[in-house]
Design a protein around this ligand. Structure first.
Ligand SMILES: Nc1ncnc2c1ncn2[C@@H]1O[C@H](COP(=O)(O)OP(=O)(O)O)[C@@H](O)[C@H]1O
Ligand SMILES: [Mg+2]
Length: 377
């Protein structure tokens, strides 16, 4: 399908076009699991589907792998429609959260399984199994059975088994969520390195925004079966398109109001805050302003029109080693988190104690402004 999709190097390896999938709920009624979902995965890309539980992530993977049929729309791989192509003939493999290994087979036989069913000769099989096990860091454990492995090792076996056929696209459905925190972090980095080395496209599913931010080239944010936004981690963090994305990714405070243009434009919220914003926004527009913790710091001693100032009181100051987070309460009752910088203003905030009145400030050109579709105009 040359020419389709955004201009990323190489054509899309996989495309989902206007995918719709409904289920009949056992308790009656229908659930729209996928609502006009379109996306593309390009050669060498690590793309993550991110969204809360029940938003349609697994359904989308199942429709791509062929375990489920779409009601309408299409899945294409290398430009070829997969409609009517059974799962075992699609150039796609899946790694699940639970390892789905054969408990009675040794590691090497588990990994070789995919090659046996496609009739790869024994010698080549052994070479490829050894190579796949090396790629996932499991050399030396070939003769073990799954119950002689740790959770992380079992997930590596599942991974080796999934990459041994050299699929065009590897689907990973929350593969790390059963692992403990430290192991999950190291596996995140390893997976990313492995993906880079293999050159196979990964479509990775998680409900964990941190995991999505650290691993992905691009993230697709799903909510109730619809795409909220597709972008790089940086784009989603700095310029979320919707309130949902802003709340789901990263920390921050959101203020909704209308723009009042006086000597300088301010956002006037329903509860009476007047928040200076950047210059180029027309009066009367309803917007949501996103203030990230790192955009706030101690206010300059003298008034400066480049800054917006918030009066707050400190509730908690939490030390994280490299940073400190201040949880503050604003006059309207809203809670706001601040990560002070290391300059003079930041040092002043570092020394503050719970109950202290603080003057916080942000550069008014900094906060991202969101215009929700439902706000009209
Ligand atoms: N076989 C099914 N029958 C009925 N409803 C289903 C079925 N599979 C999924 N759903 C519903 O579709 C929605 C999406 O589910 P799923 O894709 O599993 O979400 P996620 O993986 O994001 O948690 C949910 O509301 C779920 O209850
Ligand atoms: Mg799921």
């Amino acid at each position: 399908m040359p020419g389709a999709g955004p201009p990323v190097s190489g054509g899309p390896v996989a495309e989902v076009v206007h995918a719709v999938k409904q289920f009949t709920a056992p308790e009656g009624g229908t659930v729209t699991a996928l609502d006009e979902v379109s996306l593309a995965v390009h050669a060498g890309e690590f793309v993550t589907l991110l969204g809360p539980s029940g938003c349609g992530k697994t359904t989308l993977l199942r429709c791509i792998s062929g375990f489920e049929d779409l009601d309408s729309g299409e899945v294409r791989i290398d430009g070829t429609s997969m409609t009517g192509v059974p799962a075992q003939h699609r150039p796609v493999n899946t790694v699940f959260q639970t390892y789905a290994l054969f408990p009675h087979l040794r590691v090497e036989a588990n990994v070789a399984y995919g090659l046996e069913v496609t009739g790869v000769p024994r010698r080549e099989r052994a070479e490829r199994v050894a190579r796949a096990l090396e790629q996932v860091g499991l050399q030396g454990l070939e003769r073990r059975k799954p119950d002689q492995l740790s959770g992380g090792q079992r997930q590596r076996v599942a991974l080796a088994r999934a990459i041994i056929n050299r699929p065009k696209l590897l689907l990973l459905d929350e593969p790390l969520s059963a692992l403990d925190r430290n192991l999950r972090h190291s596996m995140q980095l390893e997976l990313k390195i492995l993906q880079h080395g293999l050159g196979i496209c990964f479509l990775f599913v998680t409900h964990d925004q941190e995991e999505a931010l650290t691993m992905s080239d691009r993230i697709v944010v799903l909510n109730h079966g619809r795409i909220e936004q597709i972008g790089t981690p940086e784009q989603l963090y700095h310029t979320p398109a919707t309130r949902f994305v802003a709340e789901f990714i990263g920390d921050g405070a959101l203020f909704t109001g209308s723009v009042d243009v006086g000597p300088e434009p301010v956002l006037v919220t329903g509860d009476g805050l007047r928040l200076p914003i950047r210059d180029d926004v027309p009066a009367g527009r309803r917007l949501t302003m996103l203030l990230r913790p790192e955009q706030l710091d101690g206010a300059p001693v003298s008034d400066d029109p480049a800054f917006g100032v918030l009066e707050a009181s400190l509730e908690q100051s939490v030390f994280y080693g490299a940073t400190r987070q201040l949880v503050c309460r604003l006059a309207n009752g809203a809670s706001i988190t601040v990560t002070p910088g290391s300059g003079a203003d930041g040092d002043r905030l570092y020394r503050a104690e719970p109950g202290d009145a603080l003057r916080l400030a942000y550069r008014r050109a900094d906060p991202h402004l969101i215009q929700e579709a439902s706000d009209g105009g």
